[in-house]
Unconditional design. Structure first.
Length: 215
């Protein structure tokens, strides 16, 4: 059985459907551990720090628009014994980036060449996004990039999706949403979009072809 047969959804979408991509984890490889393995000699200590000090929930506040300097100062005041490691989080944030996720830029380019409308919907700090945007030319293919920081809301909350749907102006069944986070895909599906949980470019290519979106 081929990869496309293994992942092919039964439903199809309109041939002129638009595609909405997440960025981190789909187009761009982002992992805080990539940086902090160079900061901590002890992996268990690193894991404790990321689970209790610079947590995912804390980072999400910056994705919702809080300035990085303000967030860093708040964490340092709360965890003064970890001040150096906290300052590293955004001070060396670029070291969390592992480069493009293999294969997805080629899919974006193929969709663009065939005339598919493309959008991005991503939890991202505007400050950190500005540091990497120029390194990913495929981002220029998107008609509109919706960053959570610009709207003060984050996925998987419905409000961020609703803002994007209102501005895109297409009915949800005409949109295919791709994200590596299953809760985000669940929200998209609850609003009527076709949701794909991203695992690899090869699986994504097969799913988009099965849907009739990738020609």
């Amino acid at each position: 059985m081929s990869a496309s047969e293994r992942v092919a959804p039964k439903a199809r979408v309109p041939r002129d459907a638009a595609v909405v991509f997440d960025i981190g984890g789909v187009l761009m490889d982002w992992d805080p551990r990539r940086l902090f393995r160079a900061v901590f000699a002890d992996e268990a200590r690193m894991d404790w720090f990321l689970a209790n000090v610079c947590t995912g929930e804390w980072n999400a506040q910056q994705d919702a628009g809080r300035p990085l300097a303000e967030a860093t100062a708040e964490r340092v005041a709360r965890f003064p014994d970890w001040a150096n490691e906290i300052r590293v989080y955004y001070g060396r944030w670029l070291e969390m980036i592992g480069g493009p996720v293999p294969g997805t830029a080629a899919i974006v380019d193929q969709l663009a060449r065939q005339g598919t409308r493309l959008f991005a919907l991503s939890n991202f700090s505007a400050e950190t996004f500005a540091q990497v945007r120029g390194a990913y030319p495929e981002l220029e293919r998107f008609e509109r990039i919706f960053l959570s920081a610009h709207h003060g809301v984050v996925k998987p909350g419905r409000r961020f999706f609703e803002i994007a749907l209102d501005e895109i102006g297409l009915p949800p069944p005409s949109l295919v949403f791709i994200d590596d986070s299953e809760p985000n895909v669940v929200t998209a599906r609850s609003l009527g979009m076709h949701g794909i949980v991203f695992r690899s470019a090869a699986e994504l290519r097969g799913e988009l072809a099965a849907l009739g979106v990738l020609h």
